[in-house]
Each structure stands twice: as structure tokens, then as C-alpha cells.
Design a protein around this ligand. Structure first.
Ligand code: GUN
Length: 283
């Protein structure tokens, strides 16, 4: 038996098509969702991400503004722009692309974003709401992970979910979302003693550690749902996930590929958050 591929690219396209219909119907009520993206400096990867976010907005009828600021922009100038965008009615979602140049305090910038416009879900208020279980904007990659598990037909409630990796932007929020879905959740990290054994008891395994092919079939329970959040560049220029797909495919029940798994979901969930924020702002 070979694991079924969870086709993130196709699922993302399907959600985008659904959102496009929703945006068109909001327009009939004179509601146009709007996203502002702020990019400081010349980081090449960030430029690509910001370009993809802009294109995604255009393709589904979401208004977008991209503010490209020079590398030497001061923290005060950036905070003043955020303040302006916080108060701008045409903008429902606001994100500052990370990383920021080292002279700018990332925390202060994230804290300055109005929580109701925090489509990244990085603001402490958003993180608090995520933990409490209140309705709020969920961080995009973790929300995409949950969507992929659900759309594979897996019922999360009662399952043992193991999350490998404890980052603030993926591991921790994914664990919280799985808990909200009534999974029994175990978190593993670099200091976990018996990681292989724990992972092998997982019905749902989510891996986000940023280490190419670190997880092989010894970590996989037969039939498990395996979600690979890693995107690593190999020496040969190819992309690889944190999971050794070929080694695990004979054991797992469902797996996300890299590329084409979790990746395409992140921007899709950003669009979904922007639409959600627009609907909330308009009652
Ligand atoms: N840099 C890399 N990923 C992200 C993301 O999801 N949001 C922001 N704001 N910056 C990023």
C-alpha cells in the first residue's frame, strides 16, 4: 500500500475558487475586502512572498496595497504607517512581512497592528484568542494544516496528534488548533527523549522542524496522516520536506508532498482571513 497524497495545491485552488465567489457576492453589498502588505528592505525571499500575496489578491478580486519601504526606514516611520493603515477603512487585513531589518524591533511592530486586522495571527491578542478558543483570525500556515487534515476526510476528534517542532508560528499554534478540534496532543522538540516512539503512536503527525528528510518510516504509525510543513533547499537545488516522503509512503495512510502540500495553503488562508476580517468589519 502506498499513502494517498493530500493534494494541497488542488485543495488551495478549490478554496480560492470558493473565496472568489464569496468576494463577488460581498461586492454586490458594496463590501470590497482589502489587504495591506508592508515590506521593509530587499530580502529576496520576502519580495517573492509579497509578490505572490499581491497576485493572489488580484486573482480573486481583493483590493491590495503593497508598501515597499527602504531598508533604512526607521521603526518610528514604520509604526506611523501601521497606525495609518490601522485607521484606513479600505484595509481589513494588515501584515508586515518578516524578517525585518535588525534595527527594527519585530515585537513592537507586531504589537502595533490592530488585532482585528491581524491576518497573520501573530499579535498577542490573536494568540490569546487562539488559546482561549475565541473566534479570531487564525495564523495562516497552522490553519492550512488543519484544513488539509479535514479535507483528507480525517475526523480529528479523539485522535492522538503529535506535533514535532515548537515554533511560535507553526508548532505551538498547530498544537492549539488540534486541541481545539478535540485531538489528544503531544508536542515533541529537540529535547524530547523518546521522539521516535511518540511519533510512531500518532494517528496524525505534523512535522515543522526545518530539517530535510529528518523523519523516516521508523517514526510513522501504519495508516497515519502525515503533514509536512518543512520546505528545505537541498544541495542539488531541489526542495525537500522534513519528512522523507519516499521512505514513509509505504507506511503512512495520507501524506502531504513538498512542494505542493502545505505551501500553497498559507497564502490561501491569508486570503480567507482577509475576507473574514472584511465581513466582521461590516457587521
Ligand atoms: N515571513 C515568512 N512567512 C511569513 C508570514 O507568514 N507572515 C509574515 N508576516 N512574514 C513572513
Amino acid at each position: 500500500m502506498s499513502a494517498l497524497r493530500i493534494e494541497g495545491k488542488k485543495i488551495a485552488e478549490q478554496i480560492r475558487a470558493e473565496l472568489t465567489v464569496e468576494v463577488a457576492s460581498l461586492k454586490e453589498q458594496n463590501i470590497v475586502p482589502g489587504l495591506a502588505v508592508v515590506l521593509v528592505g530587499e530580502d529576496p525571499a520576502s519580495k517573492v512572498y509579497v509578490g505572490s500575496k499581491e497576485k493572489a489578491c488580484q486573482s480573486m478580486g481583493i483590493y491590495s496595497e503593497v508598501h515597499r519601504l527602504a531598508d533604512n526606514t526607521s521603526e518610528e516611520e514604520l509604526l506611523a504607517l501601521i497606525d495609518k493603515l490601522n485607521g484606513q477603512a479600505s484595509i481589513n487585513g494588515l501584515l508586515v512581512q518578516l524578517p525585518l531589518p535588525s534595527h527594527i524591533n519585530e515585537k513592537a511592530v507586531i504589537n502595533a497592528i490592530a488585532p482585528e486586522k491581524d491576518v497573520d495571527g501573530f499579535h498577542p491578542v490573536s494568540v490569546g484568542n487562539l488559546v482561549i478558543g475565541d473566534d479570531s483570525l487564525l495564523p495562516c500556515t497552522p490553519a492550512g494544516v488543519i484544513e488539509l487534515i479535514k479535507r483528507s476526510g480525517t475526523d480529528i476528534a479523539g485522535k492522538h496528534a503529535v506535533v514535532i517542532g515548537r515554533s511560535n508560528i507553526v508548532g505551538k499554534p498547530v498544537a492549539m488548533l488540534l486541541l481545539r478540534e478535540n485531538a489528544t496532543v503531544t508536542m515533541c522538540h529537540s529535547r524530547t527523549a523518546n521522539m521516535e516512539e511518540l511519533a510512531r503512536s500518532a494517528d496524525i503527525l505534523v512535522v515543522a522542524i526545518g530539517k530535510a528528510k529528518a523523519i523516516d518510516s521508523r517514526y510513522i504509525k501504519p495508516g497515519a496522516v502525515v503533514i509536512d510543513v518543512g520546505i528545505n533547499r537541498l544541495a542539488n537545488g531541489k526542495l525537500a520536506g522534513d519528512v522523507d516522503y519516499d521512505d514513509c509512503a509505504a507506511t503512512a495512510g495520507y501524506m502531504t508532498p513538498v512542494p505542493g502540500g502545505v505551501g500553497p495553503m498559507t497564502i490561501t488562508m491569508l486570503m480567507s482571513n482577509t475576507v473574514k476580517a472584511a465581513k466582521k468589519a461590516n457587521g
